[in-house]
Every structure is written in structure tokens, then in C-alpha cells.
Design a protein around this ligand. Structure first.
Ligand code: FPP
Ligand code: MG
Length: 427
């Protein structure tokens, strides 16, 4: 039975150490970046709005030498990797007033996370005698994902319990929400891989390569159905409606991705709504659910929700950025796929300002010969990657600010560090 074992956790920590190295590097260069990144229409209003929400000091993240992704990406900066290896523990501090932290959320949550995948496999097993259905449905529950959704749900649950009651334990219903969150996410990935005709995920052939589409689609449905039973068993009407909203959002977000908008303003708004629905809603509403289960008042559960919303938006922005700059090896899935799928994500939308010739390509979904290559090149020549990361950073800063409204505890600190992970992740 696969689970998140300690060696896996160690591997994760190594990855994070590398990211911490990047962060150190970024801080040294930050001063020059603030003046380099300009905001132009149609994104200025959105950026300023996000900025107004954030009371944290903003520090740009790209470097003065970010003309191309080759020098921008941490994988291509040996000095960063070198820095990373000098740190024995996960340590980070944020610019400005934050104190130093010595919290690695993956370590803090190791015991909680260890059970998540085993439990999910058990509950799927309990609900079918069909070995083939079980095998397909559990294919991605092998402990090789980032487990960001269960981790952050469990962290928030513990942080809220401590904030409200100085209580260090977890409710079983909160643990269930962490699992439900991962199950909804995985069901959506199973369907997504069929839709995208994907080849590879998490370092292995994707589920649609291993089995036929009919079986895979039904396995996705099965995971979602079992997750729905688990929601019903929580017997909490508010949580039921909050988590049902997530499924509606996921489907609508995926559907929105199939359409394009005519004007730049409409397109960016469409992209952000799509991003919320496809990625942020699940994190936001899972975190809201664990707070509701703790008996939190609306104001407190809204802090959880907003933390998850900001983290989720940043997570997807970074994902869209990594699609342009990371390698398939690092990501465990093919990169440079969004353009091939006809998708104009934040880096392209930002690049449009400097290179309006991208507009007709976006409208025809990069279908003409040479479109993908040309768009890829223009994105790298523009400041779209820096601007995307800057926007992600604003959302991470806001998530950090929100987590600091909770009473200090290892879990609350873990939430701060997680926002840093999301921003500086490399896969
Ligand atoms: C990955 O996107 C996909 C999602 C985050 C959501 C997909 C949602 C659906 C297919 C709707 C159905 C939902 C349920 C609950 C069954 P991506 O293709 O951008 O990322 P990738 O590169 O990891 O594939
Ligand atoms: Mg996909």
C-alpha cells in the first residue's frame, strides 16, 4: 500500500531546500526589480486591486538579468542550487516585519499526511469489488503528488483549532475534508488527462495511456462519487454546500478554458475567473470547510477561505509560468503544453502588451503552423514571465498576511512557509 513515507518526505524537503535557495537569491536582487516591473493596461487595475489587499511589503522576484528564461529559471542558476545545499533545515523569513521561521510544513504534517493516501485507497477499496476499477481509481494515489491540498487543509485545520481553543489535535471530520479535497482534485485530473490526451503525469504514463477512455472516465466518476459519500457522512449542511460548489466550479473552469474572449480586458478577466474556478476554489473551500467544522465564525472561516483563494491563484499562476520555463523531467509531466492545447495563460496575456501580434494567434488558439513556436519565443522576449511571477507573489504575500492574523503556532507558521513554497516551487 503506497503512502507518503519518510523517504518521500525527505525528497520533498530536498526540493524545498532548493526553493529556499532560490528565495535567498531573490532577496539579494529584489531592490532592483521593484523599479523594473511596470504595470500596463489592461492588467494595471487588477494588479493594483490585488496590491491594495496586501498590506505586506511587496518585493519583486525576478532579477535584473531576466532577459530570457534560460537565465531566469533557478534550474539554470548553479549559484542558487549551491546556496540551497548549504541549508540544513527549512528556514525562511519574509521581507519586512516577519520573524525568522524554522518550520517545514511537510515535517510538521508528516504523520497526518502519511495516512492520507492509505485511507483514500482503503475507502475506494471498500466501495468496489471490481479490481480493475480499483486499480485505475488508485493509480494517482501513490504518494508521488505534492499533496498540497491535503497538507494545507490539515495545516489550516490545526492552525484554526489552536487559534480558537489552543487545541493541538485534529477533528476526524477535518481529516476527512483533507482526503475529500485530494479525491476531488484527483478525479478532476483523471478527467483532465482524458480531455488533454496527456502522456505523462507525476513521472509516469498518465492514466489515459494505461487504460481506455471509457474506463478512465468512469474511474474519475467513481472517485468523485466516493468523495460525495464522504461529504454526505460529514452531516454538515454548510460544508456540503461549500464542497459541492467546488465541483461546480471545477467543471465550469474547465469549460471556460475551451473558449476565448475578443478583447484583452475580457481575456484577462476570463483567465482569472477560470483560474479561480479550476484551481483556487478547491483550496479556498476546503480550508473554509475545516474552519466551519471547528465552529469558526464567518469572519474566521473567511480568513481561511481567502488564504486558500490567494494560495490557489498563485499556485496556478506559477504552474502556468513553469509550463514555459521548466523541464518535463523536473515537472514529472510534459511542459510547453498550454500553447499546444490552444491555451493563452498569464505569460502570453502579459506578453500581448508588448507584442500585439499575439492577439490573432490567441483567437485562433495557436492552430496555424508556427504559432506555438512564435508565441513561445515572444513570451520569452517579453516581460510576461516576470509579470506572472510578480502577480503570483502578490497573491502569496496576501496569503501570508492572512495567515498572520491567526495565533502563532507551528501550523500557522507552516501556512506562511507554504505560501513561500508555492511561489518558489520548481515543479
Ligand atoms: C488540470 O489542468 C485540471 C484541473 C485542475 C481541473 C480539471 C477539471 C475537470 C476536468 C472538470 C471535471 C471535474 C471533476 C471533479 C470530475 P491542466 O491541464 O492545466 O494541468 P495539467 O498540466 O496538470 O494537466
Ligand atoms: Mg491537463
Amino acid at each position: 500500500m503506497a503512502s507518503v513515507g519518510s523517504s518521500r518526505i525527505c525528497a520533498k524537503v530536498q526540493d524545498k531546500l532548493c526553493q529556499w535557495g532560490q528565495y535567498t537569491f531573490i532577496r539579494r536582487k529584489s531592490a532592483c526589480v521593484r523599479s523594473r516591473i511596470g504595470y500596463q493596461t489592461p492588467f494595471r487595475a487588477y494588479l493594483q486591486d490585488t496590491q491594495a489587499q496586501s498590506q505586506s511589503t511587496l518585493v519583486g522576484t525576478a532579477t535584473a538579468s531576466t532577459a530570457t528564461s534560460a537565465c531566469w529559471h533557478p534550474c539554470n542558476r548553479p549559484e542558487v542550487a549551491g546556496t540551497a545545499r548549504t541549508y540544513g533545515t527549512m528556514r525562511t523569513h519574509q521581507p519586512g516585519s516577519l520573524p525568522e521561521y524554522q518550520v517545514d510544513p511537510y515535517t510538521v504534517m508528516e504523520d497526518d499526511l502519511k495516512d492520507v493516501y492509505e485511507y483514500i485507497r482503503n475507502i475506494l477499496r471498500q466501495n468496489t469489488y471490481q479490481d480493475n476499477l480499483y486499480e485505475i481509481a488508485t493509480y494517482y494515489f501513490d504518494g508521488h503528488g505534492k499533496a498540497i491540498r491535503p497538507m494545507v487543509s490539515l495545516l489550516m485545520a490545526r492552525a484554526i483549532n489552536y487559534h480558537m481553543y489552543k487545541e493541538k489535535s485534529l477533528l476526524s471530520s477535518q481529516r476527512e475534508v483533507a482526503m475529500i479535497s485530494e479525491m476531488i482534485h484527483t478525479a478532476s485530473l483523471v478527467h483532465d488527462d482524458v480531455i488533454d490526451q496527456s502522456d505523462f503525469r507525476r513521472g509516469k504514463p498518465s492514466v489515459n495511456v494505461m487504460w481506455n477512455h471509457q474506463k478512465v472516465t468512469m474511474a474519475g466518476d467513481f472517485i468523485l462519487a466516493v468523495a460525495s459519500m464522504m461529504i454526505a457522512r460529514l452531516r454538515n449542511n454548510d460544508v456540503t454546500s461549500v464542497l459541492s460548489q467546488v465541483v461546480t466550479d471545477l467543471v465550469q473552469g474547465e469549460f471556460m478554458q475551451l473558449g476565448s474572449k475578443e478583447t484583452e480586458n475580457e481575456r484577462f478577466a476570463h483567465y482569472l475567473t477560470k483560474t479561480y474556478r479550476k484551481t483556487a476554489s478547491l483550496m479556498a473551500n476546503s480550508l473554509k470547510s475545516v474552519s466551519i467544522l471547528a465552529g469558526a465564525e464567518e469572519q474566521l472561516s473567511d480568513i481561511s477561505y481567502q488564504y486558500g483563494r490567494n494560495l490557489g491563484l498563485a499556485f496556478q499562476l506559477v504552474d502556468d509560468l513553469l509550463d514555459f520555463v521548466s523541464s518535463a523531467e523536473a515537472m514529472g509531466k510534459p511542459t510547453a503544453t498550454d500553447l499546444k492545447l490552444g491555451l493563452a495563460t498569464a505569460p502570453v496575456l502579459f506578453a500581448c502588451e508588448k507584442y500585439p501580434e499575439l492577439n490573432p494567434m490567441i483567437m485562433r488558439r495557436f492552430q496555424e503552423p508556427g504559432d506555438v513556436e512564435k508565441a513561445f519565443e515572444l513570451v520569452h522576449k517579453s516581460r510576461g514571465l516576470e509579470q506572472t511571477q510578480f502577480l503570483a507573489k502578490q497573491h502569496c504575500q496576501e496569503a501570508m498576511r492572512l495567515s498572520q492574523l491567526l495565533k502563532e503556532s507551528p501550523y500557522q507558521k507552516g501556512l506562511v512557509v507554504t505560501a513561500d513554497f508555492v511561489l518558489n516551487r520548481m515543479k
